[in-house]
Write a new protein. Structure first.
Length: 747
């Protein structure tokens, strides 16, 4: 037996030994598929003498690609000749080499959603329609994911008026990108597919190069990705696909779970294997996951099992509102860290939509818990950073009109919208880019004189870029353009923006230090294809607040899944859809969330939530997924034993407090707020739902059964639950509910 493969389980080793021919591995969550993939590749190089040059490994995140490369470096040494990359980075690399054969140049720009949105909005503005840019962009992306040009895609839009506008903007958008020598993310795939079809010698080159192809997360491939893989594997038929249809959660961006089933038909003599042993989670967590996912019909039958311990029961708790839900989560995290030896980085709070993060973030701050929100506003999409990047993009690709527009807008140059429109019109007349029109001095009159300084600046920067190292040039450019001076420092927000400029420069330095021969093109590509989650550092001791979609591929010792109400998770759209696949995808998403947990899992919902439509709190319905996942291994209604009672307040009261709550909106405000009213305080007094909170004023000394002595620093802030903020001598600042914290007032 190969020494490399002997460390795999028998279930993992059998498919890893099959080197030739098509192989499909349906790998359950936490079944060690990445370990199997890396050991298989190492086995091919070390034991089978297969050249790394002939091996391709495709993953879905840069983070996963980097982890795979690091593991292989330890096992076989240098793996630089091997392509380990995402679909988009692979296609970008292929296109940089050969895109000139289909009418583009190698210095093309890659438009992110920010540039795409700005372009579509500009094209949509004169249409006089209520169709939004988001709708247009969805249709454009959907068409490209299915490899359909505008006219062919038009058949999928039933409304004639909408069809006319959508297809019109679609065509104009495509023409705009071509003129600017730019591609969006979907084009990276489409243009690669187009290149392979139109230029057979390019396809043959990569077929001969990639004799052995590996695709991780195969269930997340869309039509274009699947067709590219089919073409690459067509000659040698050596393709190893690993996926789990139970974890297909990206249909909204074109992922097609049926690709898993199509694989067995499109490739001849396919060998199919299952990985069902889970190495990540406890038995009780897997019980919940298995019970839930078996409700789906569109799947290959498999049952996750583990040799791990039974573990703590799955906790299913309900609170009165989202504030109490966040309070419960924060106090649980603090208690687990204080009394059970966990670190903050062991925790993740997962949510279906990131709008649920606000209440949790507030409680994290109150409790002094460090956290990081993923899936929110990305660093490289901040305006000040996009402005800097626009200059770099324009230096790299002078045809990029969108970058030219940003360059003209910041810093302010006395050039208004009218002048920009004039530049655009003249550029159209001469069939030139806006940048070329400026540099060649084609703008007449006073506008042309204003643009002379712009012309001189950009020509100087382009010259410097050609002769200076990457980091030195970017530093020079930032100082020359004087971005920080243009931002100013009048407000805290200005100072933060200036600090972001410094952080951007640091990112360039870190990239240049790690890639000593890298140029501007490679840096721009690296940040354009970067996902928010790729920045996650295991050494950072933060709680992760993250959407379930972004958490795919990650694992944490303790996981909270919040907002488990019908309408939120699953979404109303899926509940009301006539297509059962939508609800099945929501269930797969819940399955992914559950299987991120290694040791402890908390399922959470609020019985009321504030509705922005009705402007008031409304009753909620428990998520159907709770009933589908709950088993004898799960604890409902927070009935923890005394031994495991780790929360800040009396959990026995939590169960029924929704029905026992006091309506303080109609209570006598004099009884609540009149702190000047004389009272006779006993030596100690416990808070209870039947008493008002007037005694708990700022400066009152209290005693908590777990946290000891503390002083109230902020009086009642939530009158339905009586939250106060207390500074404790032992554990610092906490916000607790007076109704359930079991406090004693100390004279």
């Amino acid at each position: 037996m190969s020494k490399i493969l002997e460390n795999l389980s028998q279930e993992q080793r059998i498919p890893a030994e099959v080197v030739n021919g098509p192989v499909l591995v349906t790998a359950g969550a936490g079944s060690g598929k990445t370990r199997m993939l890396t050991h298989r590749i190492a086995h091919m190089v070390f034991d089978q003498n297969i050249a790394p040059y002939n091996i391709l490994a495709i993953t879905f995140t840069n983070k996963a690609a980097n982890e795979m490369r690091e593991r292989l470096e330890k096992m076989i040494g240098n793996s630089q000749d091997m392509w380990i990359c995402t679909f988009h980075s692979m296609c970008s690399r292929i296109l940089r080499r050969d895109i000139d054969k289909i009418g583009y140049t190698a210095n093309f720009s890659i438009y992110t959603d920010v540039e795409k949105t700005r372009t579509v909005k500009r094209l949509l503005e004169p249409k006089n329609t209520n169709i939004t840019a988001d709708t247009i962009m969805w249709h454009i992306s959907n068409a490209k994911n299915h490899l359909l040009p505008p006219d062919d895609y038009a058949e999928n839009i039933s409304d004639p008026r909408k069809r006319e506008i959508i297809i019109s903007v679609f065509k104009e958008y495509e023409a705009e990108l071509k003129k600017c020598n730019a591609l969006d993310f979907d084009d990276l795939l489409n243009k690669t597919y187009e290149l392979f079809l139109l230029v057979p010698e390019v396809l043959e080159y990569y077929q001969n190069k990639f004799k052995y192809i590996h695709v991780d997360e195969f269930q997340d491939t869309n039509r274009s990705q699947y067709e590219i893989v089919k073409l690459l594997a067509e000659k040698h038929n050596n393709i190893f696909a690993v996926g789990d249809e139970d974890q297909c959660i990206y249909s909204w961006r074109g992922a097609d779970v049926t690709n898993v089933f199509a694989f067995t038909k499109d490739f001849k003599n396919v060998k199919v294997f299952k990985l069902e042993q889970n190495y990540r989670s406890t038995k009780k967590i897997l019980t919940a996951a298995n019970k839930l996912i078996k409700k789906n019909e569109n799947r290959l039958e498999k049952l996750l099992w583990t040799d791990n311990d039974d573990g703590a029961r799955v906790e299913n708790f309900s609170t009165y509102n989202e504030t109490e839900e966040a309070e419960h989560i924060a106090s649980t995290i603090k208690s687990l860290c204080n009394y059970y030896g966990y670190s903050y980085k062991d925790f993740a709070v997962l949510m279906r939509v990131n709008s649920l993060s606000r209440a949790v973030e507030e409680k994290m701050i109150t409790y002094g818990i460090p956290y990081k929100l993923y899936g929110g506003f990305k660093f490289f999409e901040r305006k000040e950073i996009k402005d800097i990047i626009a200059y770099l993009r324009l230096i790299h690709n002078p045809n990029d009109d969108e970058a030219t527009r940003r360059m003209l807008a910041f810093p302010k140059k006395g050039i208004g919208d009218a002048t920009v429109a004039q530049i655009s019109a003249i550029a159209e007349t001469y069939s030139k880019s806006m940048y070329q029109t400026i540099v060649e001095g084609l703008i007449p009159g006073s506008a042309g004189k204003k643009l002379e300084q712009v012309k001189d600046l950009m020509l100087e920067l382009k010259q410097k870029a050609e002769c200076m190292p990457l980091y030195e040039f970017v530093e020079y450019m930032i100082n020359k353009v004087d971005f920080k001076e243009a931002i100013g420092n009048k407000t805290d927000e200005d100072v933060n923006k200036q600090m972001n400029v410094d952080d951007f420069l640091l990112s360039v330095k870190e990239f240049a230090d790690a890639n000593t021969t890298a140029n501007l093109e490679e840096y721009l590509q690296s940040i354009t294809l970067l996902r928010d989650i790729d920045s996650m550092n295991e050494d950072d001791n933060n709680v992760s607040l993250i959407t379930v979609h972004a958490a795919k591929g990650l694992e944490f010792k303790v996981v909270f899944i919040i907002g488990l109400n019908d309408g939120l998770f699953p979404l109303s759209r899926a509940i009301n859809s006539s297509d059962p696949n939508e609800l099945e995808e929501e269930r797969r998403l819940m399955y992914v969330a559950i299987t991120r947990a290694k040791e402890r899992l908390y399922l959470s919902r609020a019985k009321t939530r504030f509705s922005f439509e009705s402007k008031r709190s409304e009753y909620t319905v428990p998520s159907r997924f709770l009933e589908e996942a709950i088993d004898e291994g799960c604890s409902q209604n927070n009935s923890q034993s005394k031994k495991e009672a780790i929360f800040d307040y009396d959990e026995d009261n939590i169960v029924d407090r929704f029905d026992q709550r006091i309506d303080y909106s109609v209570a006598s405000k004099a009884n609540i707020f009149n702190s000047n009213k004389p009272t006779s305080k006993p030596t100690t007094q416990k808070a209870s739902p039947s008493k008002d909170f007037s005694k708990y004023t700022r400066g009152t000394v209290v005693k908590h059964p777990h946290f000891g002595i503390g002083t109230i620093t902020v009086e009642v802030t939530d009158f339905s639950a009586g939250f106060v903020t207390i500074k404790f001598d032992t554990v610092g600042i906490k916000t607790l509910s007076l109704k359930y914290a079991n406090l004693e007032i100390i004279e």
